[in-house]
Design a protein around this ligand. Structure first.
Ligand SMILES: NC(=O)c1ccc[n+]([C@@H]2O[C@H](COP(=O)([O-])OP(=O)(O)OC[C@H]3O[C@@H](n4cnc5c(N)ncnc54)[C@H](O)[C@@H]3O)[C@@H](O)[C@H]2O)c1
Length: 318
């Protein structure tokens, strides 16, 4: 069934991929972004699509959802991706982070429920777990965890609000990568940074011994999880209510990542090791049993995802 969906953060990395897929599958999209960290060029492939309407607005504006529903009475699904996305920025701006990453979600969720929207899907984060050393990380570990930044605190407050409300779904993403990821992003930039080093023919630089590991998920798998959560999956999986980790369930070391990117970019194979950065988490890996139980499985292999990302970066630099 074709739906009209609100995608906030549609000019961002993930929001632009989600919007593209929704339009490709025949849904209509109302997009909202204030360009805090997104770019108009990310919307290039769909900005003039007949079923896409864009509003340069902030999700913190009071009554925004009611106003959009007034203009688009068929609006029925909310994908809330807009957020302060940089962890260091959140440390410098804790109040703004709380407004955007928690209060705006709480208010949007309440409004969506009151207006009878069928689905509300929120972008949570592995940062909700803080420095968790029980691996793989299960959803319930976030309760009682000590988040390390205002970003993590606000994301956790939002997802627990959603969980307690019994309405909507929070997807807790681990490390996402793929085309259109901003290489200047400070919080998830390791792949973009390595690709930049590689394409410039420079040695990879690793802080620490390179054995630290992350659960890297390719962006098209993230989009699939969104479609499942909203009950729009073409294979009929979902919809979802509650909190779900989204990852591969596998950890990849930073050293392994550097080697694969060096091979793909014909960069030198030497790695420059620098001293470990204070506060860096050693390992992070999702327990994906909850989302696996509804049929989700990451489809794009790590090397294939990296190869697509390198290809995109090389083309966009030329
Ligand atoms: N990329 C990752 O690895 C990752 C991991 C976990 C969670 N997430 C979450 O996924 C979501 C999307 O992240 P992304 O990687 O695409 O980042 P992004 O910065 O590319 O996208 C975020 C978008 O939100 C917009 N935005 C920010 N504040 C806004 C506001 N007040 N009103 C309207 N728009 C606003 C930005 O301009 C940007 O276009 C975020 O909620 C992020 O926290 C991302």
């Amino acid at each position: 069934m074709k739906k009209t969906c609100l995608v906030t953060g549609c000019a961002g990395f993930i929001g632009s991929h989600l919007t593209r897929t929704l339009l490709d599958q025949g849904h209509a999209v109302v997009g909202v972004d204030n360009f805090a960290s997104g770019y108009a060029h990310n919307m290039k492939g769909f900005a003039d699509h007949a079923d896409f309407t864009f509003y340069e607005r902030s999700i913190t504006e009071e009554g925004l959802l009611a106003e959009l529903k007034d203009k688009h009475p068929e609006l029925d699904v909310v994908f809330q991706l807009a957020a302060v996305v940089s962890v260091p920025y959140s440390v410098e701006h804790p109040e703004l982070t709380m407004q955007v990453n928690f209060e705006a979600n709480r208010d949007m969720l309440d409004a969506a429920r009151e207006m009878g929207f069928s689905r509300f899907v929120f972008a949570g984060s592995a940062a909700e777990y803080g420095n968790e050393d029980r691996l793989p990380v299960k959803e319930e570990y976030a309760d009682g965890a000590e988040q390390l930044s205002p970003y993590g605190v606000a994301k956790y407050k939002s997802s627990s609000y959603i969980e307690k409300s019994g309405y909507g779904c929070a997807l807790r993403f681990f490390n996402i990568f793929g085309p259109r990821q901003d290489p200047t992003s400070q919080y998830s930039g390791v792949i973009s940074r390595f690709v930049d080093f590689g394409l410039a023919g420079k040695n990879m630089v690793i802080f620490g011994d390179g054995e630290q590991s992350r659960d890297f998920l390719y962006v098209s798998d993230v989009v699939t999880s969104y479609m499942i959560a909203a009950g729009l999956d073409e294979q009929g999986r979902g919809p979802l209510t509650g909190v779900f980790n989204v990852g591969t369930g596998k950890g990849r070391s930073i050293r392994e990542l550097a080697v694969v990117v060096a091979e793909l970019t014909s960069a030198p194979k030497e790695i420059d090791f620098k001293s470990e950065r204070a506060g860096d988490i050693k390992h992070s890996r999702a327990d994906v049993s909850r989302i696996t139980a509804v049929g989700f499985k990451a489809e794009v292999a790590f090397d294939e995802g990296l190869s697509r990302t390198v290809k995109w970066a090389a083309e966009s630099q030329s």
